[in-house]
Design a protein around this ligand. Structure first.
Ligand SMILES: Cc1cc2nc3c(=O)[nH]c(=O)nc-3n(C[C@H](O)[C@H](O)[C@H](O)COP(=O)(O)OP(=O)(O)OC[C@H]3O[C@@H](n4cnc5c(N)ncnc54)[C@H](O)[C@@H]3O)c2cc1C
Length: 441
């Protein structure tokens, strides 16, 4: 007799909801356990790179839903130095090169669209169910059981750890606590109505049109402003990165976000061009958050027994390339793809689940951890000390990051690369020299 394939997803952030979408199918019972009331997604702009917007907008068919909320195609980067001079303008036109656009969404809109896509009856497959205020405390990976703070137990054939950078599922997999690492960076974040910028920050708007779909950066040695619009150009988001001074460290709290002190922020950006500083003094008290930016080192594994990690729980990274959520979406698509042939709970003995999780890990690990390392590199000082000449480009890693067409193609490509590398290793030195010359020609 056919029995349901039971899936528990711990965490209802972008990773948890995206994985619920990817796993949705008939005869599957998906429950998302979320510790919060799920109404706290912050107001900020999030950009999805073509590698991920392709999955969200095309594979999961959310283009129209997001368009109705005011999604925007990002047309390029423009980078200014500390003297206010335009250093580079890089048009992106990623559709032709990577098969999808670089998209700008309001975070709340993306989260809502994913939630609806995972839980609504409008789409094929059994809708996922989200249970809020369920804080998971630990998990028995081999037995497939998660335990909540209130003493409830949930059994599943497959458990997805999508519980973010402070993941407790990760601790259960690795048998030890993996701390999130200080990266030396903090970020002030704010979102302003464009009408307010147009009326109160004229000098800024003379340089940057806040309605135009461009990512604008102003870069100094160890501070930078990264800015862009969303919701059809009606709001404008600013992330202002500074060296971390532990100023928002609160070890008793589960969050690294605190109230941002506006005078302190303005002081830290006092040497930025006057036009760029305009919006910083235009925000009101209470409208600025300060995030301590953390990441993790590559983990030895993401899986054990019936459990696998996705998203920040597996590979939290700095936001310097806008790839954190994008890698999360890729994880979700990979999980859905490799579980396609599991039609019901009869297909889910432990050995089968382990074998599939190993395939997902093999497909995702190298790519996600490479991008994690690129994100650290992209956070390095943008200029030599005392110079205004910018020595890095925001498009530096784009080809690797964005040339992605789903997990199956990537896995095939990887296998092919490994086969070529293997053949090369087996060759004699003379044969290798001939091969190298052939490639050079
Ligand atoms: C300043 C900044 C800017 C960024 N900008 C971008 C960008 O432009 N583009 C991009 O791609 N990425 C960006 N990112 C990264 C991106 O936000 C993250 O990579 C992404 O949100 C990770 O999603 P997640 O679901 O894995 O984790 P989270 O968003 O942290 O979600 C985890 C969820 O699990 C829940 N949870 C945690 N513990 C438990 C528990 N024990 N029991 C039950 N539930 C639990 C939490 O409440 C939460 O809802 C940025 C990050 C920062 C800090």
């Amino acid at each position: 007799m056919s029995k349901q394939f039971k899936i528990i997803i711990v965490g209802g952030g972008i990773a948890g909801l995206a994985t619920a979408i990817a796993l949705r199918a008939s005869n599957r019972k998906i429950i998302v356990l979320e510790q919060s009331s799920l109404n706290r997604e912050i107001g900020a702009v999030i950009s999805l790179q073509p590698n991920a917007s392709k999955i969200v907008e095309m594979t999961w068919n959310l283009a129209k839903t997001l368009q109705a909320k005011g999604s925007m195609v990002d047309e390029g980067f423009q980078v200014y130095n500390l003297d206010g001079e335009l250093q580079m303008r890089i048009p992106l036109s990623t559709m032709e090169k990577y098969g999808a656009e670089r998209m700008l969404y309001h975070r709340v809109d993306l989260h809502d669209a994913l939630k609806k896509r995972a839980t609504s009856k409008e789409w094929a497959g059994e809708p996922a169910e989200i249970l809020v205020s369920k804080r998971v405390t630990h998990c028995d990976c081999e037995e497939g059981v998660v335990y909540t703070q209130t003493g409830e137990k949930f059994h599943a054939d497959l458990i997805i750890g999508a519980d973010g950078i402070k993941s407790i599922i990760r601790d259960s997999i690795l048998g030890t606590k993996i701390p999130a690492l200080r990266t030396g960076h903090s970020a002030y974040r704010m979102i302003l109505p464009v009408d307010k910028l147009l009326s109160d920050c004229k000098a800024f708007c003379d340089v940057v049109d806040p309605r135009a779909p461009y990512t604008t950066m102003v870069m100094a040695h160890n501070r930078r402003m990264i800015m862009g619009p969303s919701r059809n150009g009606s709001v404008y988001s600013i992330v202002a990165m500074v060296p971390d001074e532990d100023m928002n460290e609160n070890t008793t709290d589960t969050s690294w976000t605190t109230h941002g002190d506006i005078p302190k922020m303005c002081e830290l950006f006092a040497d930025f061009p006057e036009w760029a500083r305009g919006p910083l003094s235009c925000v009101k008290d209470g409208e600025v958050g300060l995030w301590q930016l953390r990441d993790i080192d590559p983990l030895p594994t993401w899986m054990k027994g019936r459990v696998i990690l996705v998203g920040d729980a597996a590979h939290a990274m700095l936001p310097t390339q806008g790839q954190g959520a994008s890698q999360t979406i890729e994880d979700a698509e990979a999980v859905g793809t490799f579980y396609t042939d599991i039609l019901d709970g009869n297909d889910a003995p432990l050995e089968q689940i382990k074998a599939i999780n190993e395939k997902i890990f093999a497909c995702r690990y190298r790519r996600a951890t490479t991008i994690q390392q690129y994100s650290r590199q992209a956070a390095k000082p943008a200029t030599e000390e005392g110079s205004v000449k910018i020595k890095m480009s925001p498009s530096e890693f784009m080809d690797y990051n964005c040339s992605y067409n789903g997990a199956l193609k990537w896995a095939r490509q990887q296998t092919e690369q490994e086969r070529v590398a293997d053949d090369f290793r087996k060759m004699s030195i003379a044969e290798r020299e001939v091969k190298t010359q052939e490639v050079a020609l």
